[in-house]
Design a protein around this ligand. Structure first.
Ligand code: UDP
Length: 316
């Protein structure tokens, strides 16, 4: 499609990441032009190489912790830049704090200057190790500010606070999505999260590394479902945080068993220490997303995980 000014322009920070690249594909399919910004600290050019030569797509290698300059009209700013895996934010704690704070400030400043709608990719980590289960948006969370995960959790909590301040003080059209565990093609095999870790281990015949006794729970959402919820939220007139995730909850032990069953792998289980402040339970209450956005996840676990395994099969 030729570039025309009637096509909305979306700026995506973190555009070469797992979620940013899937969001890009969805927006291009919706007829947007996309300018993606990524520092490539945790993003990956392999996620966007299929977009080379697309007239509606532009990539800028830039760290949004520094001032963001985009000429011309911008309609939507999608702020997805951040390390998102526990081992990444433990490895680079200060860039994690900076992108959540300074990066969010810059992304909001861009949206304000352009009169653009804004969405913050926030996280279920705002609930910390939750004392309410499942987690509803009105729960304020149980976060250790000075623990190793605090660099991510508190940066995202600050990001939510500054987003609401820009909404209230500047009257901006802002949105906040609290993203729960998401999986799918384009996750980094070495990002340390449980989905690529277990699949990579199962496909190479190594022991599956369960942290702790494996009784902690997570609820996994397939990436296309998540992107659909985020798209609907951006297009809505709702400004408070909304959980997007799949409420299908399982223990990490059950998840390991599912991976072994689906890959037909015959691997050992190896227990490793539970990381500090690892949440014991996590499950989104998605009543708000259902009511306000008419959204709920559609891709069942077996189908989503098979697609993800196929993606990793060619890469281990
Ligand atoms: N986990 C695990 N083995 C691994 C990686 C992670 O048992 O090799 C556990 C981790 O301790 C946590 C859960 O799996 O309880 C999900 O971890 P992940 O890093 O995917 O993200 P989190 O949900 O903690 O942000």
């Amino acid at each position: 499609m030729a570039e025309t000014s009637s096509q909305p322009l979306s700026v995506i920070t973190g555009g070469a990441g797992f979620l940013g690249s899937h969001l890009t594909d969805r927006l291009l399919a919706e007829g947007h032009r996309v300018t993606a910004i990524d520092s490539l600290i945790t993003g990956n050019v392999a996620n966007i190489e299929h977009l080379a030569g697309n007239k509606n797509y532009k990539f800028i290698c830039h760290d949004v912790t520094d001032f963001i300059y985009i000429p011309g009209k911008v309609d939507y700013v999608w702020h997805f830049a951040s390390p998102a895996s526990p081992i990444d934010y433990l490895r680079i704690p200060i860039p994690t704090l900076k992108v959540g704070s300074l990066g969010t400030h810059n992304a909001l400043g861009l949206a304000k200057d352009k009169g653009a709608a804004f969405i913050l990719a926030s996280t279920s980590e705002c609930y910390g190790d939750p004392l309410i289960h499942p987690q509803t948006e009105d729960y304020w969370g149980n976060v250790n500010p000075i623990g190793p995960r605090g660099v991510y959790d508190e940066a995202k909590r600050f990001a939510e606070a500054i987003t609401m301040a820009y909404h209230r003080y500047h009257g901006m059209n802002t949105h906040i999505v609290r993203i729960f565990n998401t999986y799918g093609p384009r996750m980094r095999l070495d990002d340390g999260r449980v989905v690529p870790a277990f699949i990579g281990q199962a496909l190479t015949g190594q022991p599956l590394t369960i942290f702790g006794d494996g009784s902690q729970t997570r609820s996994f959402c397939y990436v296309s479902d998540l992107i659909d919820g985020i798209f609907r939220l951006m297009m809505s007139d709702f400004h408070e945080p909304v959980n997007i995730g799949n409420p299908r909850e399982m223990t990490i032990r059950q998840f390991a068993e599912e991976i072994l069953r689906i890959t037909s792998a015959n691997c050992q289980i190896e227990h490793k220490p539970l990381p500090v402040d690892d949440p014991k339970v996590r499950q989104p209450d998605i009543t708000r997303a259902k009511t306000i956005l008419g959204w709920e996840p559609k891709v069942d676990f077996d189908k989503g995980i098979r697609e993800t395994i196929e993606f990793f099969r060619g890469r281990v």
